[in-house]
Design a binder for this molecule. Structure first.
Ligand SMILES: Cc1cc2nc3c(=O)[nH]c(=O)nc-3n(C[C@H](O)[C@H](O)[C@H](O)COP(=O)(O)OP(=O)(O)OC[C@H]3O[C@@H](n4cnc5c(N)ncnc54)[C@H](O)[C@@H]3O)c2cc1C
Length: 600
């Protein structure tokens, strides 16, 4: 087979320029020095680096996972090479201010770059994304002195970082964390406790590792209101920026994972020797809210990781289906006739269309969510900023959880397209599936995202965010309704949006009556319902652009026709399945709620 490129640069260009019109962001003073040319040059550089340095060791780092030798973690040298090249090319500071040495790019363009790195090698990209998340959180909540000590070296690519939330007994329920922080008397804190599942928790890939750790102060109220945030460096950093003594953070073990094996996952112990130095970030007891800065970003990142693994699998399966010959059409009776390519079979095209509709639909939603981040940060109009924020809050659990579920299923279909070969380690699609299997679990398990969507986001401010989404959907449907080929889809979308509104009303009333457990019992189904409608909306936006486009070449004509075919697939085969979800939700189905734990 010809070289496999796990992402579709043409699709990213389509979403960025033709659907979202990102060049318009250059009207904001922050991006005034940018243009379509600088955006495209950055994307070209990301695409090249992703293929040359990240994709090139994706398989090797799966086969040779990090291991524990004499208290140290050994990692494939290619991982460090890739991260050094990434920093050298300025990607560690994509979003940072020009005066900090950053590229000062819009988040939307940065996310498109992230997408290509994730498609090429989700594990190695994970180190870089964690570090960026730490840098962004510090910018939002740390003091200038803390930023100079810890953020600047991250932007320069010298330090990496982690997020230390989970503990062995507290994953989804962070209110139950037990790590403690005692004032040391000199303005610093001494931490003690254990953190589980910490990605990038120990390695020699960078000069230092900046752990952001959630812990409780001695006077902390119970639950989430008593959590504070601390910077805990692997090596202390002196005032002049040089590295000091090793901090009391011990690697207690390395977890052996199903997938994403290239990024080390650790069990860390803090303060085993009673000397774990930490600096408080911001005010006490604000830790979870501050950490949400990083978690929200990470949730979009996890969604994009899931989508790009879906993309990698889809693109491999597509290429394979074009090249592998097997069988004949049902009406071809001559056994001497040559076998046809797999893609000639309608059932194989079904599996490919389903992958394309999910992957490209979810990528469209993630890119749209990214534009909301830029609008929220840059729009001069406070009302538009507030609206963007509301929509982003609502869509974040959908981008994370819908994409993780749907694109994992896409990887399952990619294996199916390859048949027996797909089930072997000689082909890359099984690794895509294993790598993707993490995404419904981490960064808030999908069940927790569903509770967040229904219990909080859809209900907040009298349902303002959901109403905003439904207004956007209605506007797209009204425009698409004027295009004869899309009119039927536009009507279906209006009906589907009505279903979301009515279902949410029933569930909201149940919650208002105090039947919270009943209303939330099928929250995962609600996320599926809202997710399907959001993706249908995104497909209609893409189809409008595709149907009005003037193709410049035969490849372009195929590209736009492919968009229309995938949109049609989604409206005909996927969207109607929400009727069942909506019916069960509106009936306040009690199956799971009423089944006593003892009978299972
Ligand atoms: C490979 C990997 C990397 C990770 N990286 C990091 C990291 O870098 N930093 C970090 O802090 N953490 C990290 N995590 C931890 C991850 O975020 C947690 O695994 C996740 O939050 C779930 O917590 P848990 O594993 O304890 O599962 P649990 O919380 O025990 O949940 C198990 C299941 O029960 C469900 N459930 C739990 N509570 C409820 C509830 N109240 N209502 C309904 N259903 C519920 C969940 O949806 C889930 O399906 C990582 C995990 C893995 C596997």
């Amino acid at each position: 087979m010809s070289a496999h490129v796990p992402f579709d640069r043409r699709d990213l260009d389509f979403l960025l320029h033709e659907v979202e019109g990102v060049s318009a962001l250059c009207r904001h003073p922050r991006f005034a020095d940018h243009s379509r040319e600088t955006f495209d040059a950055t994307l070209d550089a990301a695409a090249e680096l992703a293929m040359a340095k990240f994709a090139s060791h994706n398989r090797a780092s799966d086969l040779s996972e990090p291991h524990f030798v004499d208290g140290r973690v050994k990692i494939l040298p290619a991982v460090k090479d890739a991260l050094d090249a990434y920093a050298e090319a300025g990607f560690s500071a994509l979003l940072a201010d020009a005066e900090e040495g950053g590229m000062q790019l819009p988040y939307t363009v940065a996310l498109a770059c992230d997408a290509m790195f994730a498609a090429a090698n989700v594990s190695t990209a994970g180190y870089a994304l964690l570090a960026r998340g730490v840098a962004n959180l510090l910018r939002a909540h740390a003091t200038p002195a803390q930023c100079a000590r810890y953020r600047t070296p991250i932007l320069q690519g010298r330090f990496l970082g982690t997020m230390c939330l989970s503990e062995p007994q507290a994953g989804s329920s962070l209110g139950d964390i037990r790590t403690r922080a005692e004032p040391a008397g000199d303005g610093h804190y001494r931490l003690s406790g254990a953190k589980m599942w910490i990605s990038g928790g120990e390695h020699d890939l960078s000069d230092n590792i900046i752990h952001l750790v959630l812990a409780r102060l001695p006077d902390a109220p119970p639950g989430v209101k008593g959590i504070s945030l601390f910077i805990v460096p692997k090596f202390r950093v002196n005032d002049d920026g040089t590295l000091g003594a090793r901090n009391d953070v011990q690697l207690a073990g390395v977890n052996h994972k199903l997938g994403q094996r290239g990024i080390v996952n650790t069990f860390l112990k803090f303060g085993e020797r009673g000397d774990c130095f930490g600096e408080l970030v911001g005010a006490p007891h604000q830790g979870l809210a501050q950490m949400f800065h990083m978690m929200n970003e990470a949730r979009i990142g996890v969604g994009v990781g899931a989508i790009m693994l879906g993309s990698a699998g889809y693109r491999y399966a597509l290429q394979y289906a074009r090249e592998r010959r097997q069988g004949r059409h049902p009406d071809q009776k001559d056994p001497a006739s040559p076998p046809v390519a797999l893609i000639e079979h309608a059932d194989v095209r079904r599996m490919l269309l389903q992958q394309k509709a999910r992957v490209e639909g979810a990528l469209g939603l993630a890119m749209h969510a990214a534009t909301l981040v830029d609008a929220h940060d840059q729009d001069p109009d406070p009302a538009r900023r507030a609206e963007a924020h509301r929509l982003l809050e609502l869509l974040t659990p959908v981008v994370k959880a819908w994409s993780a579920d749907a694109c994992l299923e896409a990887n399952d279909l990619a294996i199916q397209v390859l048949g027996g070969y797909g089930y072997t380690r000689e082909y890359p699609v099984e690794q895509c599936w294993r790598d993707n299997r993490l995404n419904p679990i981490h960064e808030g398990a999908n069940g927790i995202q569903a509770l967040d969507l229904l219990g909080r986001k859809a209900m907040m401010d009298g349902g303002a965010a959901l109403k905003a989404l439904l207004r956007e959907i209605a506007a797209t449907a009204a425009e698409a309704g004027k295009v004869p080929a899309l009119a039927e889809h536009a009507l279906a979308l209006v009906r589907a949006a009505g279903l979301v509104a009515r279902t949410t009303g029933v569930l909201g009333q149940a919650m208002a009556r105090g039947e919270v457990r009943l209303a939330l019992a099928n929250a995962s189904r609600y996320l599926r319902l809202v997710g399907h409608v959001a993706i249908a909306w995104i497909w209609l936006r893409q189809a409008r652009v595709a149907s009005a486009a003037a193709p410049a070449s035969a490849a372009d004509r195929d590209f736009y026709a492919g968009k229309l075919a995938a949109c049609r697939w989604f409206f005909v085969h996927e969207l109607p399945t929400i009727e069942h979800d909506a019916a069960l939700l509106a009936a306040l189905d009690r199956c799971a709620l009423d089944t006593p734990p003892d009978v299972l």
